[in-house]
Design a binder for this molecule. Sequence first.
Ligand code: HDE
Length: 717
Amino acid sequence: MAGFVPEKGIIPAAMEKATHAIMGHKRDKISDLAQETKDFGPGNGRLTTDYGVKQTTADDWLRVVSDKQIGPALLEDPFARERIHRFDHERIPERVVHARGSGAFGTFRLFESAEDVTCAKVLTDTSRETPIFVRFSTVLGSRGSADTVRDVRGFAVKLYTQEGNWDIVGNNIPVFFIQDAIKFPDVIHAGKPEPHNEVPQAQSAHNNFWDFQYNHTEATHMFMWAMSDRGIPRSYRMMQGFGVNTFTLINAKGERHFVKFLWTPELGVNSLVWDEALKLAGEDPDFHRKDLWEAIENGVYPKWKFGIQTIPEADEHKFDFDILDATKVWPEELVPTRYIGELELNRNPDEFFTQVEQIAFCTSHVVPGIGFSNDPLLQGRNFSYFDTQISRLGVNWQELPINRPVCPVMNFNRDGAMRHTITKGTVNYWPNRFEACPPATHEEGGYLEYAEKIVGMKARARSAKFKEHFNQAQLFWNSMAPHEKKHIIDALSFELDHCEDPVVYGRMVQRLADIDLGLAQTVCEMVGGEKPEKAGRPNHSKRAHGLSQLDFPPAKLSIASRRIAIIVADGYDPVAYAAAYGAISAALAIPLVIGTRRSKVTAAGGSHSVQPHHHLEGFRSVMVDALFIPGGEQSIATLSKSGRALHWIREAFGHLKAIGATGEAVDLVNKAIALPDVTVSSSGDVSESYGVVTLRQIKPESFTEAVQIAKGTSGFL
Ligand code: HDE
């Protein structure tokens, strides 16, 4: 470090800490956070005020009092006032979008160097492990809203690299509603609760949202994605993540490529069915949050492959869409994804507020070797995120433990509310006579902007290709499997049914005819409006790989981390129960015993008993992936008479869940599922139905396979 003058005492404290960390070869984020982490476990100290004085009670305000009479409280009591004052200010503004979320720590590993396209060390050094934090979120709902609403999901990754923090602030859908950042307040206002009555919460199913979609044609492609199964993921662990915007990569030779970043889950891309999502929103609003937490606690760490799609700078204009338009995907056939790394989530946060709520992302935070493009959405985002963090967390938000980089931070930014770093030294500017804290050269790792030549008029306009808004909406529709198309029709039918204004649903039905006439006519049938007789524009019939969820099957068949209910009543068959419990646990799935009550349930013969995790009323079928019912004459007789038990089985079948049964339980499943209007098989025996595995009907697929292939292609709901 040239001109460094330690005797003048100008080493910033943060630098000292960071240097220490490097010397110790420990750049791990968890050990970095250990400095601030306190353990309040038993034996670790006594209750104090924030100014350190021990308190003798936490229960009584200082007051005038006698044995007979309680008198007035005294304002003098500093302990009581401190508690109340601190409490009054516990909330910070929630995020204006993506308010509800949860997250975890993990590791990014690179298995193939991308040095041909970038000099970013995090993407070229395969020996590194980069600590990361990921925050998943919904977009529209407030902090207390439900997890399973129909919405886009945020997928924001902070990589604590040795060259500084790199944030990929993405979504689980690869495109966006708008091309130009200036429209962001409009699209969000239209989606959020309506201004006159603040209704509805966390829903796109209302007049204003669909009014905007109609009037703003560039949103067409994105609303098709939001209406697809991508809008109701089964788990954060089973969705893809996309950087959405076009970034750039610069290699050691100074060559530039355009790039899109994406994450593909090892577990495959899975969704709920809509009826399940609706019920879960009431029965377990924290469903996704708990799912992520549970998987990590159980050691079933979720993993994603990290991919890049790159386009050489010279090819920028070779496509029939603008590659800087965030309402467009780069079809795999034109720009194949190259998977070069892996992300694993392996540690739950210690405290939600300081870590998940206070983590703050910025699209503008990139490291040397990675740059921006002129994507007009990205340009605006680069302005927005820093600004929003100032409003949420204050100007010193990057000093918060969860946000600070693991590499040295040295500069002359100073002061502001809640400044933590104590900087020694007599100068706070550059250049200075001590040459303290000089800028780095490129060779020393300094960030070098790519010298881009730009020619154009200063105008409020976009280039010509940005004007085409329907081709890729059709491409997406055409690429869906039949059941995915059905789900989109159902979603649109639900959403537009919630729009009371005939102008809104009437126009939207016409808009759908710009995508596909059949789609428009079917939705029109359901929601009303004038039936379109001809397509707004002919369907080009093209399809692309990578748009349907079926294009991302799990890397390997596994039921690990799936929740499987075992339903029992007094008199259950202990052998079948024990075999199922053992097999489920051995496969690292989660067996949940659901009884007619939570107090002990006894097996046939009385030699075995179990304390269920939950009872049938307290826990519902939507909270599990599959169910298994052991036989047992007495237990099945009891369950057959229970409306709730029958509903459990019937609902699970309707939600396309695997059902396993042995002995007498096969008849129970038959009774529950064989409704008059449901044809389950030619013989009328449900055990021949897809996804139902019983000992009466041995089928090629095993119960675990049926669980793994959790969602079939049809159902009666
Ligand atoms: Fe965001 N977005 N956004 N966004 N966004 C925010 O920043 C914004 C956009 C995304 O878990 C805010 O810290 C503008 C696209 C995620 O903390 C805010 C525009 C994509 C998160 C903001 C967009 C995203 C945010 C609110 C249009 C997918 C949550 C709180 C130009 C690639 C991050 C905050 C977290 C959060 C602005 C569009 C993803 C206001 C202006 C496109 C995942 O700064």
